[in-house]
Write a protein that binds this ligand. Sequence first.
Ligand SMILES: [Zn+2]
Length: 175
Amino acid sequence: MSDQIICPNCGTLNPPLSIHCKKCQFNMRDVRSAEQTLLVPEETQDIPMQSPTRRAYFPKDKRLQFYVEQADKNLDISFENDNHMILGRGAPESHVMRIDLAPYGAASYGVSRRHVRLIRMPAILIVEDLGTLNGTYINGEKLSSGHAYVLCHGDTLRLGGLSLRISFVEAENKL
Ligand SMILES: [Zn+2]
């Protein structure tokens, strides 16, 4: 594995196996033990050098938007006070904030009740598949369950057969 590690605190790309971020000194080992490995997906290394960071960079003044392809609809996602969020279908069964994709045909597209967890770090957004039957894909690449992956602006996140295009948009850009 030669993946670079993106700093969850400032978004800087660091060499593989770095412990402290070279820019802000953030201790990435603590985060890795808590959230498992924070690796830049292999495919992002094919795009120009400054792009992985810029695409992955998700600071507090941006907000998350999904474009639900099958429904041709934009969904604005607010993390509010909790930095963790579950995407799935049906009513929430715990206090964890939850986005219900049932109105977009989630059941027929094979979305699990608890499909993925999103974790908002200070500078990046992480996604983790929760051991689903039909799997989770970023730009067509299947995720390993229980591992953390960095989501980038422009990525397509597919839950089973339901495709969500990820945008990081200016927070003041209310629709
Ligand atoms: Zn940093």
